[in-house]
Design a protein around this ligand. Structure first.
Ligand code: PGA
Length: 275
């Protein structure tokens, strides 16, 4: 897969009104752009907003279809769904999902719920969840299985702390994270792995290009050995903005970016998309 992928991770930010403006502004900017040259764009808002944003996007897509077909009423439902999916420029994803299908798990959402409300992707194992929600590699592996069963594309986050980098144990740590967070025997059609050094997230500090390249190469070697992964992409995340995005995107073996803070501003995010 040659297309780069740019993912917005809003974390626990934005209101419904702000989300609507963001979608309007970005959609406006994307009109007339050559879809072939655009990267794949994914928005991971708070899960409670996914259904709402999906509805906004469907409205836009419906308008496009009305321009192309004189009688939309005549199009069969399945065909209409396909048309809508083919027009989708901003895809949606969750920031997490539970590893069980259902049950007494207050406050949680399942992979199926995410899928049903318009999610195509799901971020799993983000360092903030590993830290604040005590998620282990083993739980993350179960979440990946749950996501894959629902045909969601898992975006697995890995990355070392400042201390691990300084102690020189960062490579072993990342390899371990990957080994333990990926289910052994499950066939994964498409996997995204985001290298997100914890010390870079929200700090304004990014690794050097050589440092990113070193880890991208490491992750690639690790994933290539796995017969159960058909296709994978390696992303970088951590203090990405429109000033550094172009250079990072050109790094060997880096296929895209996971953008936190800078994705909240649609103008800044659009610049990153165009970089
Ligand atoms: P940041 O966050 O871009 O704000 O550093 C990235 C992330 O946590 O995914």
């Amino acid at each position: 897969m040659n297309k780069k992928i740019i993912i917005a991770n809003w974390k626990m930010n934005s209101s419904f009104d702000e989300a609507q403006i963001w979608i309007e502004n970005l959609s406006q900017k994307l009109i007339g752009k050559n879809v072939q040259t655009l990267p794949e764009i994914v928005l991971c808002p708070p899960s409670i907003m996914i259904d709402y944003i999906d509805g906004l996007l469907i409205e836009n897509e419906f308008e496009e279809i009305e321009k192309m077909h004189s009688d939309v009423e005549q199009i069969e439902e399945k065909e209409l769904e396909k048309l809508i999916a083919s027009l989708r420029l901003i895809k949606l994803g969750g920031q997490d999902c539970h590893h069980n299908d259902k049950g007494a798990f207050t406050g949680e959402i399942s992979a199926k719920m995410l899928k049903d409300c318009g999610g195509w992707y799901v971020i799993l194992g983000h360092s903030e969840r590993r830290q604040h929600c005590k998620e282990t590699d083993q739980i993350i592996a179960q979440k990946i299985s749950a996501a894959v069963k629902e045909n969601l594309v898992p975006i697995l986050c890995v990355g070392e702390s400042k201390k691990q980098r300084e102690q020189g144990v960062y490579k072993d740590f990342i390899i371990n994270q990957i080994e333990n967070s990926l289910p052994q025997n499950l066939l994964i059609k498409r996997l995204i792995v985001a290298y997100e050094p914890i010390w870079s997230i929200g700090s304004g500090v990014t690794p050097t290009i050589a440092e990113i390249e070193e880890i991208a190469d490491l992750i690639k070697q690790e994933l290539q050995q796995r017969k159960n992964i058909s296709e994978f992409q390696i992303l970088y995340g951590g203090s990405v903005n429109s000033e550094n995005s172009g250079e990072i995107l050109n790094t060997k073996n880096i296929n895209g970016l996971l953008v936190g803070g800078a994705s909240l501003d649609d103008r800044e995010f659009f610049k990153i998309i165009c970089s």
